[in-house]
Write a protein that binds this ligand. Structure first.
Ligand SMILES: NC(=O)c1ccc[n+]([C@@H]2O[C@H](COP(=O)([O-])OP(=O)(O)OC[C@H]3O[C@@H](n4cnc5c(N)ncnc54)[C@H](O)[C@@H]3O)[C@@H](O)[C@H]2O)c1
Length: 344
């Protein structure tokens, strides 16, 4: 008997990643879909095979459901993920873990109480280019990391989410919470923590709603751009930019500058990792096709989560990891709003 999975929220992330990746996983035997818009649940159940239920409770109270993917919008994670853990389910929760530290704390506490697996979908850790970069950094063949710059931007969530319009929840303060900083920023904060084996400790930021407007033509309530300077516990300094207004071309690149050379990740679409040394040697790695909003490839996250459950292994991205990234994002917004350097 394989694992039975309940999916809460049947929008784009379920359609493009959770649905196909569970369907392809050999250890998963059954899928159950719930969305408060029943048509969406029905469409995905038909596409990936599975049944539809009318409420989240039906998933949580079904003793045969082993795993829950929480793919609801940001403000609901603290409700569904907490309840699912307390109902005895293993949970894969989408990022950002929550809108507030209190909300994230509820999820982390529920995991401790239930002792079930909790993983957060910071999927950048799993990509081959980031994995290879981590290996090179760990080997210290380029010496120690000194500084970095990272960016994540695309043309905006109104082109990605299931509701492709300006009244998308991504633009609403009470649902998205953190704007682009929570949407794309958490990914890069998490990948910096992971690659550098370090934690961001001090931040200084500017943010703004530069271009996006809501359904009334008013500037959106959350930031569509944030740029910042970061200092880590180990004393590295670097910069990061997050944007929903990179029109024309996405940018998901990270440069890590070490004592003897630089790692360029997702700079060249053909070679996802380039290593250039101080002495002029250049190694270019062709590791994957780049995942963009238009080109979704297997993230490996679902397989990792299923393996963590069935082999009783620690999750590769914990609730505590995600809580730490959320703390940095909240510090970034506080810095931008107070015009002060903030200690995380
Ligand atoms: N890991 C990643 O790379 C990545 C990428 C995109 C989105 N996400 C995250 O995934 C989550 C979902 O994003 P999306 O892009 O699929 O959004 P979406 O708007 O396309 O879909 C969200 C779906 O959830 C449903 N929903 C929301 N709240 C609900 C509730 N309380 N009860 C029942 N159904 C509810 C909506 O009806 C909608 O169908 C968000 O937290 C987002 O940040 C993660």
């Amino acid at each position: 008997m394989g694992l039975k999975v309940g999916i809460i929220g049947c929008g784009s992330i379920t359609k493009f990643r959770h649905g196909p990746e569970y369907q392809a996983n050999p250890y998963v035997s059954e899928l159950v879909f719930f969305d408060r818009n029943p048509e969406r649940a029905k469409a995905l159940a038909e596409q990936f095979g599975g049944s539809v239920v009318q409420s989240a409770e039906e998933i949580l109270q079904d003793a045969s459901v082993d795993l829950v993917s929480d793919c609801s919008s940001n403000e609901s994670h603290e409700i569904f993920s907490t309840e699912a853990l307390l109902a005895g389910k293993h949970v894969l929760c989408e990022k950002p873990i929550a809108l507030t530290l209190e909300g994230a704390g509820k999820i982390v506490e529920a995991q401790k109480k239930s002792q079930k697996k909790l993983m957060i979908d910071h999927n950048q850790r799993f990509t081959p280019a980031h994995q290879k970069a981590k290996e090179i950094i760990l080997s210290e063949s380029l010496g120690k990391v000194l500084t970095f710059k990272t960016t994540f931007g695309h043309s905006g969530p109104e082109f990605w989410g299931v509701n492709k319009s300006n009244n998308t929840w991504f633009f609403k303060k009470d649902r998205s919470g953190l704007g682009v900083a929570g949407d794309l920023g958490t990914h890069k904060i998490d990948i910096l923590h992971y690659l550098l084996d370090d934690e961001i400790q001090e931040v200084s930021a500017f943010q703004g709603a530069l271009d996006k407007v809501d359904e009334h033509g008013e500037s959106i309530e959350v930031c569509d751009n944030l740029v910042c300077s970061l200092k880590t516990k180990k004393g590295r300094i670097g910069t990061a930019s997050f944007s929903w207004t990179y029109y024309g071309e996405e940018d998901n690149s990270t440069f890590i500058y070490c004592e003897k050379g630089v790692l360029k990740i997702y700079h060249d679409p053909e070679f996802q990792l380039e290593v250039i040394t101080q002495t002029g040697e250049e190694v270019k790695y062709k590791l994957e096709t780049v995942m963009t909003n238009a080109n979704q490839t297997n993230t490996g996250v679902i397989d990792a989560f299923v393996d963590c459950v069935r082999l009783d292994q620690p999750p590769q991205v914990t609730g505590e990891d995600a809580l730490l990234s959320l703390k940095v994002v909240l510090a970034l917004l506080e810095s931008a709003n107070t015009k002060k350097v903030i200690t995380v």
